[in-house]
Design a protein around this ligand. Structure first.
Ligand code: GLC
Length: 442
């Protein structure tokens, strides 16, 4: 449960131009967002950069250099030759970070398969700012500092943001019933608004008890102790062979990164414990490659519209060079359904837990992430589970509704930067590291 220093919802009147940097996992995205005069409106320009696979397990220096390259390229493309004042940056860093200030965040541990040395336990903002300062954009001189020094990208980190907090704030910008922001994607997590008085970690700061503050739950780490959730042997293997055994227990059962691997491990188990039972006389060597199948593979099986499961057959031939028999195809469909249903129903538990804790009887939940947007039946299965957990009468409509969110890591990040600067202007110092520094962005 990490304090984010996002101290309240937007009112829809936020304005200004902001950069957003989204380091989610698969892609790196840079956006420039202008929150316009019209209430709740914005313009957005964005570029996506593929995150090279090697970067996930490379060095910290390579990571920061790559991020700086992307930001530099963005600025050069969209503002080449212009003299710019410093742009406030909302940096969406979707990993667990403890924050003493809004523009600060110590990475607790990498999640989602990342394993870059030298970042855990460190504040991630200073190395990013240091590298941006070092960049000189030649031949286009981009930024003339007030002292006439020609160096550095015209960017200052105004806020470090978790994707769930971004999702919460972006969704609440256009829908005031939004109380929770969720990600169901490569990882799973949620954020909600708490009162400062209910946060023991903040007791020493003597802030007003009714002041709102967004909490990043990091509930992907729920049950790391392995005492609550019933684990299958496949869950245990996933955990054992992951870069961080013992971490992200809930996430490893529900998130997109792992669904295909759970499926693969179950098939390998069938092959090994019952020789000849499935895929008899077929070459199964391709199936032996860890993480070969991703969640889209399961999604495709669940989506196969044909009675004879011909698309699943084709998928297996294409991806694994295996030709399952019809009963095997039916078993594969059933296995995919079990894994997809378990993920959706467990995901609903996280949302229900927040509603229960906050006594929320009805609200909207803003959700994003590839599993939410692309995995078949995920929404309906989650909604059904919420109904059961929260005990709604059969004739009652869904009181807690999980809806597609606004772009949290883009618009949400810009809004959080805007909300932070609004607080700087108003002299509300909670969670601001260096007021004078922040004032340069006003
Ligand atoms: C992982 C990260 C968390 C993030 C989530 C969704 O659980 O630890 O910070 O919000 O993935 O991207």
């Amino acid at each position: 449960m990490n304090v984010t220093w996002v101290m309240g919802f937007p009112d829809g009147n936020e304005q200004g131009t902001y950069l957003a940097l989204d380091m989610g996992g698969t892609n790196l995205r840079v956006c420039e967002i202008t929150l316009t005069k019209e209430k709740g409106a914005f313009d957005i320009t964005q570029s996506k950069y593929k995150m090279p696979e090697e970067l996930r397990t490379g060095t910290a220096e390579e990571l920061w250099e790559y991020i700086a390259d992307c930001l530099q390229q963005f600025i050069e493309t969209h503002h080449g030759g212009q003299e710019l004042a410093k742009l406030p940056l909302g940096f969406t860093f979707s990993y667990p970070a403890t924050q003493e200030y809004v523009d600060h965040g110590i990475l607790q541990r990498w999640t989602k398969g990342f394993d870059i040395d030298g970042v855990e336990g460190q504040d991630v903002v200073p190395p990013l700012e240091a590298i941006l300062k070092k960049r000189v954009c030649i031949p286009i001189i981009l930024y003339r500092h007030r002292t006439n020094q020609l160096q550095g990208l015209p960017i200052k980190v105004a806020a470090l943001i978790n994707d769930t907090t971004g999702t919460l704030i972006a969704s609440a910008y256009t829908d005031t019933d939004m109380k929770i922001g969720c990600i169901f994607g490569t990882g799973v997590n949620a954020a909600y608004m708490e009162n400062v008085g209910s946060v023991p970690k903040l007791a020493h700061m003597n802030l007003p008890a009714d002041m709102p503050v967004a909490i990043n739950c990091e509930y992907g780490a729920f049950d790391n102790e392995h005492i609550v959730l019933p684990l299958t042997k496949y869950d245990e293997i996933i955990d054992r062979d992951s870069p961080r055994p013992g971490q992200q227990a809930f996430e490893k059962m529900t998130a997109g990164l792992y669904l295909g691997e759970i499926f693969r491990l179950a098939l390998i188990d069938l092959l090994e414990t019952n020789p000849g039972l499935i895929f008899n006389n077929q070459d199964v060597s391709k199936l032996r490659k860890p993480y070969l199948l991703d969640a889209s593979f399961l999604a495709a099986i669940e989506e196969d519209p044909y009675e004879n499961l011909s698309e699943t057959l084709e998928l297996f031939e294409r991806t694994l060079s295996i030709r399952p028999t019809f009963p095997e195809l039916e078993m594969l469909r059933c296995l995919a359904e079990l894994i997809g249903t378990r993920a959706a129903r467990l995901s609903a538990c996280g949302v229900a837990a927040i509603c229960t804790k906050k006594n929320i009887d009805s609200c909207h939940v803003g959700a994003d992430g590839s599993v939410f947007t692309k995995y078949p039946h995920f929404k309906a299965r989650g909604a059904q589970a919420l109904r059961e957990i929260l005990n709604w009468a059969p004739n009652e409509k869904d009181k807690v509704e999980i809806l597609a969110a606004e772009d949290g890591s883009g618009v949400g990040a810009a809004l959080i930067a805007a909300l932070t600067l609004k607080r700087v202007k108003a002299g509300n110092l909670a969670g601001i590291r260096n007021m004078e520094d922040m004032k340069t962005l006003l």
